[in-house]
Design a protein around this ligand. Structure first.
Ligand SMILES: Nc1nc2c(ncn2[C@@H]2O[C@H](COP(=O)(O)OP(=O)(O)OP(=O)(O)O)[C@@H](O)[C@H]2O)c(=O)[nH]1
Ligand SMILES: [Mg+2]
Length: 316
């Protein structure tokens, strides 16, 4: 009886879903959008010319928006050089931001359906590694992959338990070994993944050891185990950064980059953070593409980072 009304429902539902996914992403980055775009537009509005004072204000606002001093200064220099007019500032910033993200390389998380894909997840304590791993496991599982987790954080007592809870939520398998050294847990997990035909292995690691030196040495050891035991696997070494730390989180990138040759970054806690501008610093100064973003604490609060979507979300 209601068939007439239902005819276009699937298509309509898909459209609505797409819109609401974009809308919720837009909501998550709204404070970042205010900091990077709205506040700048407010500074330039009602001005016919961008004089030194206004340019100074723009620079200060860009720095406040966690773009980093060097990047903020270079953007303002370009505004001066190109004599950008106030009503063109939005378009100018948009194309600058697009260029920066394009230069840092592909944002796509590497994945090969015919191979073992290893995601080696590193970052300081509290950054959101274990949560991200739970969400990522769920995402891969929903896409049809056979997923295994390795409880490589053997330092903190509750860490293995926390990963175990995520493995149950995501309904995926886990390798954990009480009182074992993290490299040997990873060794066993790779062996299991290879013998039992898993597509995806995600490795959790400690965010803190007795000191920074020990942490870096442990990560190097795990990296060696992966290279020796699974030389043909697809390997993504992902640094997890808490968006709320903004520029303060970036010094971590350098240390981790030297230790494990990062292939990408995951920016967590983007929901409600006004410091998402740090994405541009990561791209420009460290040349590390952001591949994943965390936008909440729930299992599906994860997104592949999509440059154009991010730009649209902050500019629209
Ligand atoms: N709002 C929000 N909270 C998040 C997000 N990701 C993680 N969290 C929260 O951040 C806190 C730390 O997350 P964990 O995943 O335990 O961090 P970790 O890096 O594994 O920490 P260690 O195991 O101590 O090294 C938890 O309370 C998470 O719920 C996110 O995208 N958004
Ligand atoms: Mg953890």
């Amino acid at each position: 009886m209601f068939n007439f009304f239902k005819k276009n429902e699937p298509e309509q539902n898909l459209e609505t879903e797409k819109k609401s996914a974009f809308q919720s992403f837009k909501d998550a980055v709204s404070k970042t959008s205010d900091a990077l775009v709205s506040n700048i537009l407010n500074i330039v509005s009602n001005n016919e010319k961008l004089d030194e004072f206004i340019l100074d204000d723009i620079e200060t606002q860009l720095i406040k928006a966690d773009l980093g001093v060097d990047l903020a200064v270079s953007i303002v220099e370009k505004i001066k050089e190109k004599d950008v007019k106030p009503n063109n500032i939005k378009e100018f910033l948009k194309s600058e931001f697009e260029n920066i993200l394009n230069e840092a390389g592909s944002n796509l998380l590497n994945y090969s359906p015919d191979n073992l894909n290893i995601y080696f997840v590193v970052g300081v304590n509290g950054a959101g590694k274990t949560t991200l791993i739970g969400k990522l496991a769920h995402k891969f599982k929903m896409e049809g992959s056979k997923v295994l987790l390795a409880a490589g954080d053997t330092f903190r007592a509750a860490a293995e338990e926390q990963l175990d809870i995520w493995s149950k939520r995501a309904n995926v398998d886990i390798v954990r070994e009480d009182k074992a050294d993290s490299a040997s847990v990873v060794y066993r997990a790779i062996e299991k993944a290879q013998n039992e035909g898993y597509n995806v292995l995600i490795i959790d690691t400690a965010g803190r050891l007795q000191n920074k030196f020990n942490l870096i040495e442990e990560l190097k050891k795990i990296k060696n185990v992966i290279s020796k035991k699974a030389p043909n696997a697809v390997l993504e070494s992902i640094l997890v950064l808490d968006a709320n730390l903004g520029q303060n989180g970036l010094s971590q990138a350098k240390v981790f980059k030297e230790a494990v040759e990062l292939t990408g970054c995951a920016l967590t806690k983007l929901d409600g953070s006004s410091k998402g501008g740090v994405i541009f610093s990561i791209a420009k100064e460290y040349n590390i593409p952001v591949k994943l973003v965390g936008i909440g604490e729930k299992i599906d609060d994860i997104k592949n980072f999509d440059k154009s979507e991010f730009i649209s979300a902050i500019f629209e």
